[in-house]
Write a protein that binds this ligand. Structure first.
Ligand code: PMP
Length: 810
């Protein structure tokens, strides 16, 4: 009955592709419009279509009255109903999307929602279609609003702004369709990229062997990389064919009307944007193709961020669209269903897109489209695509580039064989070769690498708004209030900056302003930052014996070597300042003494140092950049262990779990005195994104009850290391609090002579066994064990195994 040509090997699907469109004349069309929908048109102009007949009906004045579609005989009426329902659903969800809405047949009886369900659950919406008898049977007729704008724009004419607007429109449309479902949506429609593998059956119709080879390459890649991922992609009913053929545009090329839902199907959400890009990239080669694609993607992601895997396979999806175009139109042209010159033009542009992608290489295409270095779809291997560029630069090459462009001042890379990291999760980091490392070194990702609460908070806020503290915004204010609430009474004022160095620098400036003094005091091996003021308080970075004239140091008690905690050592440093005519503006202490070697001074001793400082009219800075945010497991701030109330609390590193944010908490009178002297404003300090990170970190510390977990993990870790020390005499001392742990490596137990060479060897040996630690201390002979606070007792045996292995060489 129907003029259907069987698709060789492609089974029963989409008979319409093999079926001639109807052949009503323009005069017939004008008559049909009147008979079915009562439209009295003077002219009916055929707009041409692959599968049905579309006419623009106009009055004598030329004014458009309606668009009429006469369907292909092979069309399933339930599929047409799905189309109508889909458009109406999208229109209900977002009436501002310019959709061509279907007309109701005059006199038809609207079916109330929920009623009139037919056997398979789809509502019969015959009210949106009439039918007309034609030469080969009854044809469905549908009528649509005329939308403004011009059709079939040449994508090459679209401005950059229009490209992004197309992306945004695709996202809006997909969002409006998100809740739509219909039994006919799960269809085998060859244009839907999910059915790409089925086009293999049409390959024989591609006459040009070169073109055929390129399409085959795309299909091979699709089978290898996309098909296995397909079940994991976000799926919904999508338009799937938002191309220049199906959209009307204004003078600037922005969409003013979306006219055809004929390819709507339930597929991966991402196929929509791939079809947009494939259409708009037509005529753009090389770098321009990627630039255009990125602009369209930016527009889309303004509304709907894509998942990494969706972005990673974008190149494959775009190429698949082009491959499908070539396969289908070659097949149709071969059967006289399509004008061969028309097909040739389309195919040439589709082939050019494929060639650009193949020439660039799949991995490089993925990188360029996702704008992320080295990203490749999981499941793909470089060997799956001969000749592709390597996804990541080799470690040696990158290290050489680092040295060349960053010069000698930056701290050297860790490890003899540097590690190039690709990703991290919790306490585990993964390098670009896929090797995993237990992170027992990095304190910045305090609640764990990539904690979803923090990353989502940052991403959400970054999309919404990022600005500065000249405008009112709640996030930083709430964060400041929570910080104040966490500190002893009197510490009531917060200033936000961006790094620990800045926090200490600012505290120092406030201290000098408030006290009128110029002297500084810090521990013998302290590190407090890179600014002029904070570097002056950082003997660890004074090379060549250089020491600033206004700073004196004191040695914290070395509990291992039996030095008593003696405040007179501190008093002597104060005396030395005084002898130089200097009173102290501030003394500063890292509460876990990271750089000195994780000593653990007793509370009375520290309290006495604070008293002596105050007595000498100086202020006390509690540097919580290392010890804060729960590292001790005892309290949020490490100074709390000493029972003191500092004049400044400086925060940094873990505060944003990797996002730069830092702060100074101080007393109001100090801030007031500072305000008389200067205006303080830090562009990024307290910005909404950083503040969102800061709040998320505090929330996670609470919700996950991190403090007791840190205590338990710290105790288990120290206990386990001490047990290893009973077999390896090179471990002289195991100390620290919470997850701030120092393991002192010595030549022998009696002399306690530091052994920095062995310390470095153990660090390297642990790395070889997949565990990362650092070294610290005056002699560099102390293993620095300072993991993310996501480190739990579960990881302790992994750590101990690597440590034992590094000692015994097994
Ligand atoms: N204070 C302490 C105790 C630190 O450990 C550091 C950094 N290691 C800083 C301040 C400086 O922080 P930043 O590197 O963020 O400037």
């Amino acid at each position: 009955m129907h003029d259907v040509i069987e698709l060789r090997g492609a089974g029963d699907f989409d008979a319409i592709l093999g079926c001639d469109p109807p052949t009503f004349s323009e005069a017939d069309a004008a008559r049909i419009a009147t008979d079915t929908f009562g439209v009295r048109a003077t002219t009916a102009r055929s707009l041409g279509s692959e599968r049905d007949q579309t006419f623009r009906l106009a009055a004598a004045s030329g004014e458009g009255l309606a668009i009429m579609k006469i369907s292909n005989l092979a069309e399933d009426p339930a599929t047409l109903d799905m189309e109508a329902l889909g458009v109406l659903h999208a229109n209900g969800a977002d009436p501002t999307i310019p959709l061509a809405l279907p007309w109701m047949v005059p006199g038809a009886d609207p079916v109330a929602p929920g009623e009139g369900a037919d056997g398979d659950g789809s509502r019969s919406l015959a009210i949106y279609r009439a039918s007309v008898d034609g030469p080969a049977g009854a044809y469905f007729v549908r009528m649509y609003d005329v939308l403004p704008g011009r059709g079939r724009s040449d994508p090459i004419d679209l401005s950059d702004a229009a490209l992004a607007a197309w992306g945004a429109m695709a996202a809006r449309l997909a969002r409006a369709l998100r809740g739509f479902i219909h039994p006919k949506a799960q269809r085998r429609m060859l244009w839907d990229v999910q059915h790409t593998p089925r086009t293999r059956a049409l390959l024989g119709d591609i006459a040009d062997p070169g073109q055929r080879g390129a399409v085959e390459d795309v299909l091979d890649r699709f089978d290898a990389v996309v098909t296995p991922l397909w079940p994991t992609l976000r799926a919904q009913v999508v338009h799937s064919d938002l191309t220049v053929d199906n959209a009307l545009v204004d003078e600037e090329g922005r969409i003013t009307g979306i006219v055809d839902f004929g390819d709507m199907s339930w597929s991966a959400m991402v196929v929509d944007i791939a079809s947009v890009i494939d259409s708009l990239a037509s005529g753009r080669d090389g770098d321009e193709l990627f630039r255009v694609s990125r602009l369209v993607l930016d527009g889309y992601q303004r509304l709907t961020p894509l998942e990494p895997i969706e972005l990673a396979i974008m190149g494959e999806l775009i190429a698949a669209r082009s491959a499908v175009t070539i396969a289908i139109s070659s097949w149709r042209a071969g059967r006289g269903l399509e004008d061969p010159s028309f097909a040739e033009r389309y195919n040439a542009s589709a082939e050019s897109i494929i060639r650009t992608i193949l020439g660039t290489g799949w991995d490089e295409t993925s990188r360029r489209l996702s704008s992320e270095p080295g990203r490749t779809p999981s499941g793909s291997t470089s060997s799956s695509e001969p000749g592709s560029s390597s996804p990541t630069t080799s470690d040696t090459e990158l290290a050489a580039r680092r040295a060349r462009v960053l010069g000698p001042a930056i701290e050297p890379l860790s490890y003899e064989q540097p590690i190039q990291l690709a990703s991290a999760d919790g306490v585990w980091m993964t390098d670009t070769d896929g090797r995993r490392y237990l992170d027992a070194y990095n304190n910045v990702p305090c609640v764990g690498h990539g904690h979803p609460r923090v990353t989502e908070a940052v991403a959400r806020q970054a999309r919404l708004l990022n600005t500065n503290m000249r405008y009112l915004h709640g996030a930083a204010i709430e964060l400041a209030e929570r910080l104040v609430a966490s500190c002893p009474v009197g510490l009531d004022t917060v200033l936000f900056v961006n790094s620990g160095s800045e926090a200490n620098d600012l505290a120092w400036r406030m201290a000098t302003t408030f006290t009128g003094n110029a002297g500084g005091l810090c521990t013998a091996r302290a590190y407090h930052g890179i600014s002029e003021a904070s570097a002056a308080l950082s003997p660890e970075s004074w090379l060549g014996g250089r020491a600033p004239a206004h700073v004196e140091t004191w040695a914290p008690p070395d509990t291992y070597r039996g030095t008593n905690p003696d405040p007179s050592v501190f008093a002597a440093a104060l005396d030395r300042l005084r002898a130089r005519g200097l009173a102290p503006a501030a003394a500063i202490l890292d509460g876990v003494l990271t750089s000195d070697g994780f000593y653990d001074p007793p509370p009375d001793y520290v309290a006495e140092l604070v008293r002596l400082t105050h007595e000498a009219s100086g202020l006390w800075i509690a540097d919580e950049v290392q010890g804060g945010h729960g590292r001790t497991g005892e309290a949020l701030w490490s100074f709390e262990r000493f029972g003191i109330t500092p004049d400044f609390v400086t925060l940094g590193k873990p505060m944003g779990n990797g996002h730069p944010i830092a702060a100074v908490i101080t007393r109001r009178e100090i801030a007031e005195r500072f305000a008389e002297d200067t205006v303080f404003f830090s562009t990024f300090g307290g910005n909404p994104v950083s503040a969102a990170a800061g709040l998320a970190v505090l929330d996670v510390l609470d919700d996950e009850r991190v403090l007791p977990r840190v205590q338990a993990a710290g105790e288990a870790l120290r206990g386990g290391i001490r047990e290893i020390a009973s077999r390896h005499t090179a471990i002289g001392d195991v100390r620290g609090v919470g997850l701030a742990i120092g393991v002192e490596i010595v030549r022998d137990h009696v002399t306690k002579e530091p052994d920095p060479a062995a310390t470095t060897a153990i660090k390297e040996g642990m790395r070889d066994r997949g565990v990362l630690v650092g070294t610290t201390g005056v002699a560099g002979n102390i293993l620095k064990v300072r993991p993310p606070l996501a480190f739990t007792t579960v990881e302790v045996p992994v750590f101990l195994d690597a440590l034992e292995g590094a000692f015994s060489g097994r």
